[in-house]
Design a protein around this ligand. Structure first.
Ligand code: PA5
Length: 466
């Protein structure tokens, strides 16, 4: 497949020679990523081979069978998970189907995502929907660690509802699908105890790289997305982005250009831009992927996002004239999912001649072509305003193209992390808020320890003296 990486709007910011000069750095990153001899803490490279193993992985048929069962016996699936255990599935469903998937007429279940915040209002809204589901609902609880607070709380609440709705425990537990570690964690222990069906998050795949495992594939399949096509797109991307040579690898060209912008041109913020609202959750998935991978040791591009033309009426002013520390990566699609021609203004059985809304010049033009013109106009304006733009163009928004794009970004992210000199596969920084929260919530310490108690006293003291 052709993913076009267009650098026209990089001119004057990053030259072809500067990109070429990155070859040694790129080759070093490529060799490190492809090396089998990996330091223990960088071993989360299992995502790289998921697409090639998909057809022979016994999980694949299990996922398809479970998706069929859920489609047959439920009109709602609640997917409980947070971060990497949530974003990828939602991103693919919304991009391939629609961000209005749940509102559309369809013969597949509604899919709601819970346990990705601690908001009671959000949780109760989804619980009400489940309580009123005619055929009943199913739960797919996803947690690699099996101990994440947000998802564990939501699971308790939805499990309670399911147990109330079903005739007996056997029926209720037959509607629960657990995606977690193959042997460790509280969730795995519970699932084994209750003989609930489980799916595996492989040891060597980190949360933000897990969309192409059962973590993403089960909910995605339930929503009627062709997971074979998704994985086939990712498989082709493996081959297309396999060569270390920058001249032959658009994925590495993208990684090299963003590294130059950050390290040599003081561009600290990357805005991922789409002109398709269905891309909104892909933006969120991408932000987690790059933010959690690169933002460490006081380094890293800050990943931001926008959907245009919507955000041109809000963030657009800043992008055009605010601090010049930004660059934009725009994802475009040649074929829209649907299109419409701008109609004549007809009222009372006749078409108006007076052009009262001043739109007659667009009559007969496709909305997609107007959207494309908005893109071109914006790229020129932002470029002239001092914001470098990189453009990625895909043929369409089908499952194949989306699988391809996912792999493109995953690989670009890993290579970018190595070029930055950090480990792209860990996330030590996310523990800090959790430790504070557990201390403040007075979580009991295990094995006679006192870490939570001590931290609580420390935090209280700190707050008093602030
Ligand atoms: O990328 C990550 O590792 C995180 O975002 C996790 O996916 C997130 O914290 C959820 O963790 P878990 O799957 O263990 O519940």
């Amino acid at each position: 497949m052709e993913l076009v990486f267009d650098t026209q709007f990089l001119k004057g910011f990053v030259s072809a020679d500067e990109i070429e000069a990155m070859q040694a750095k790129v080759t070093a990153a490529h060799n490190r990523l492809h090396s089998q001899d990996t330091p223990e803490k960088e071993e989360y490279k299992g995502w790289m081979t998921l697409p090639s193993e998909y057809k022979i992985n016994p999980e694949t048929e299990k996922i398809k069978a479970a998706a069929k069962k859920i489609q047959a016996d439920s009109d709602v699936l609640v997917v409980i998970g947070i971060g990497g255990s949530y974003l990828g599935a939602r991103a693919v469903i919304e991009l391939v189907q629609s961000k209005n998937y749940n509102l559309k007429a369809k013969d597949t279940p509604q899919v709601f995502f819970a346990g990705n915040s601690i908001s009671p209002a959000e949780l109760l809204d989804i619980r009400d929907i489940c309580a009123n589901a005619k055929k009943g609902f199913s739960i797919n609880v996803i947690s690699k660690s099996g101990t994440t607070t947000e998802s564990a709380i939501a699971f308790r609440i939805f499990r309670e509802l399911l147990l109330k709705q079903c005739e007996n425990e056997k029926e209720a537990f037959g509607r629960i699908y657990v995606t977690t570690d193959k042997e460790k964690g509280a969730l795995k222990a519970w699932a084994d105890e209750q003989e609930v069906q489980t799916f595996v998050v492989p040891d060597d795949v980190g949360g933000r790289y897990s969309v192409l495992t059962a973590v993403g594939l089960l909910p995605i399949a339930v929503a009627g997305v062709d997971i074979d096509a998704l994985m086939s797109g990712a498989l082709d991307a493996i081959t297309d982005f396999d060569k270390p040579s920058l001249a032959e690898n658009t994925c590495y060209q993208y990684a090299a250009a963003r590294n130059i912008l950050y390290s040599q041109k003081q561009k600290k913020i990357e805005i991922l831009v789409s002109y398709e609202p269905d891309f909104t959750m892909m933006n969120e998935w991408w932000k987690q992927l790059f933010g959690e991978s690169e933002g460490k040791e006081h380094k890293g591009i800050f990943p931001a996002s926008a959907v245009y033309s919507t955000d041109l009426h809000s963030l657009g002013q800043y992008v055009q004239e605010g601090e010049r520390t930004l660059f934009e990566t725009v994802v475009m699609f040649k074929q829209p999912k649907r299109d419409i021609e701008i109609p004549p203004a007809c009222e009372g059985g006749a078409c108006r001649e007076d052009d009262i809304d001043e739109l007659n010049y667009l009559q007969g033009r496709s909305l997609h072509s107007v959207n494309n013109t908005a893109f071109l106009a914006t790229a020129i304006a932002h470029y002239d305003g001092g914001v470098p733009n990189m453009i990625l163009t895909l043929p369409g928004m089908d499952a194949y193209c989306v699988g391809y794009l996912i792999y493109f970004f995953e690989k670009a992210c890993a290579i970018s992390g190595y070029m930055l000199g950090i480990n792209p596969f860990n996330q030590p920084g996310v523990e800090e808020y959790k430790k504070n929260m557990f201390a403040l919530l007075e979580k009991p310490d295990k094995n006679g320890g006192s870490a939570n108690k001590q931290r609580k006293a420390f935090l209280e003291d700190k707050l008093k003296n602030m």
